[in-house]
Design a protein around this ligand. Structure first.
Ligand SMILES: *[C@@H]1O[C@H](CO)[C@@H](O)[C@H](O)[C@H]1NC(C)=O
Ligand SMILES: *[C@@H]1O[C@H](CO)[C@@H](O)[C@H](O)[C@H]1NC(C)=O
Ligand SMILES: *[C@@H]1O[C@H](CO)[C@@H](O)[C@H](O)[C@H]1NC(C)=O
Ligand SMILES: *[C@@H]1O[C@H](CO)[C@@H](O)[C@H](O)[C@H]1NC(C)=O
Ligand SMILES: *[C@@H]1O[C@H](CO)[C@@H](O)[C@H](O)[C@H]1NC(C)=O
Length: 432
């Protein structure tokens, strides 16, 4: 609970309006078809993981029966496409690419399994605003081809994990894979690694909520604040930095927490801790410092690599954090209905500036890029688990107080689009 409370400082937004109640017919049809197919091939659902043929067939069924749109829309995208601005447009089945149970997503993000009744949130694709730009649907073969023999690492907070799990599911819907390693606390999913043997690719996730070394609340939610050491990177990922060919950095939410910021033994200042009598320094400059040091570390390992830094993906708590209606919207915001918050825009600018500065410095073989998801994530209040972070939350009626997750995205869900953009960034890098 603390983890969510920690993140629930965020703003109240306009109350929700529309209430669509739609039956998940497509899911039912697919479930029946999948079961029939698996039965036919005498395979258990688990075995589908290890069987390319069955996986491909499943994907074929998926695309044929509930996708409505082709998997990819050709190679309309060019390396100069800007995906940061745009709007969500209806595309039946676009985000119905995998079954979160089969790829073992975190329970609290497995919205379909948890009984979320509406499925409209799976029927949108991101249309970039830039003229002539299309964002093709995710193409697992293209992704694995682009990172053949490589280690793709996601480093950061739980949004990094959310995106890593999305990628594993998107790839795993078409290719066999297995879990190579997970940390002894499976519930937390802080350090996991998967292998895709057909392409000798590993995907991993490193939990480092501040990127830099931090103790206190991030390790023990019953503590009041974090002690954040801006002069030292978090141990685990920085030790492995030299093995990362593609590093996706995604951080931000923990910087809103009460923290003491250090440079060595010197206290630089605090955020939201007036009682400690240090200078309040907010969280923007510490965030910039953490991003800058992380990029520097990744770009200095002398290995050909892509460093991709994601911008802030905001939460959508509209009411009190434990109000069962705090995020119940069932549709994306339409253009003009919602702007990027000023503070989120500042965090976004910091990433844009730091990646641009690093790219301008030139890192030899290293490409430093921004994965700008702030706008597209801002527009998706409907894509969070909400109360469906728990299984069948209304099984015993509607309680007055109920915890919601309005921060992470359902899997499948809008975070799959982050990986669609990541793929285009990687493909563009290969073309150059
Ligand atoms: C997802 O997979 C699980 C396990 O194989 C299965 O029980 C469930 O029906 C599937 N859900 C859908 C919507 O296909
Ligand atoms: C797999 O990739 C690693 C580098 O990540 C390389 O050392 C190894 O030789 C590759 N193995 C095969 C079978 O290609
Ligand atoms: C977390 O902090 C509390 C309060 O200081 C302490 O009692 C508890 O033992 C700590 N838990 C762990 C796992 O360290
Ligand atoms: C930390 O201190 C060193 C000198 O000891 C200085 O060069 C560096 O800029 C300081 N970093 C920050 C974030 O203040
Ligand atoms: C902060 O300053 C106040 C007022 O001078 C004082 O009462 C309090 O003890 C100080 N707190 C700390 C942690 O130094």
């Amino acid at each position: 609970m603390g983890a969510y409370q920690a993140l629930h400082h965020q703003h109240s937004q306009k109350p929700s309006s529309t209430h669509h109640g739609r039956v998940a017919l497509a899911w039912l049809i697919s479930a029946v078809l999948c079961l029939a197919l698996l039965h036919l091939l005498c395979c258990s659902p688990r075995a589908a993981h290890d069987n390319v043929v069955v996986s491909s067939l499943l994907q074929y069924i998926t695309s044929t029966y509930f996708q409505g749109t082709p998997l990819a829309q050709g190679s309309a995208s060019s390396s100069s496409c800007d995906y940061s601005e745009g709007q969500w447009v209806r595309a039946a089945g676009h985000a119905r690419r995998y079954n979160g149970t089969e790829c073992n997503v975190k329970d609290s993000e497995n919205c379909v399994r948890n009984g979320r009744p509406d499925t409209d949130y799976l029927d949108w694709r991101w249309q970039p605003a830039a003229p002539g730009c299309q964002l093709p649907g995710f193409d697992a073969a293209a992704f694995l081809g682009a990172v053949r023999g490589e280690h793709v690492a996601f480093v950061g907070d739980s949004m990094a994990r959310n995106q890593a799990e999305s990628l594993v599911c998107l790839l795993g819907a078409s290719f066999p894979y297995h879990l190579v390693y997970r940390d002894p606390e499976p519930g937390t999913r802080k350090f996991w690694r998967w292998a895709f043997p057909t392409h000798n690719v590993t995907v991993s996730v490193y939990w480092a909520p501040f990127m830099v070394r931090a103790t206190g609340r991030s390790e023990n939610y019953s503590l009041l604040y974090n002690s954040v050491h801006l002069d030292a990177l978090a141990d685990r990922w920085s030790a492995d930095a030299g093995t990362m060919d593609v590093a996706v950095v995604s951080t931000g939410h923990w910087f809103w927490n009460p923290s003491v910021y250090y440079n060595g033994s010197e206290v630089l200042g605090t955020h939201q801790l007036p009682q400690l009598n240090h200078t309040g320094i907010g969280f923007l400059s510490p965030y910039r410092e953490a991003i800058r040091t992380s990029i520097r570390r990744l770009a200095s390992a002398g290995r050909a690599r892509a460093v991709v830094v994601a911008t802030f993906s905001p939460a959508h708590f509209e009411k009190a954090w434990d109000d069962p209606e705090t995020c119940v919207r069932k549709l994306p915001y339409t253009e003009g209905e919602r702007d990027v918050d000023a503070t989120h825009a500042q965090l976004r600018s910091i990433v844009r500036e730091e990646t641009a500065a690093a790219a301008a410095r030139g890192g030899g073989a290293t490409r430093v890029e921004v994965l700008d998801v702030t706008k597209l994530a801002t527009m998706r209040p409907d894509g969070h688990p909400g109360v469906y972070m728990k299984r069948d939350p209304f099984a015993r009626g509607v309680p007055e107080r109920l915890q919601s997750d309005c921060l992470h995205f359902c899997l499948p869900g809008p975070v799959d689009t982050f990986n669609e953009i990541l793929l285009q960034l990687l493909l563009a890098a290969k073309r150059e």
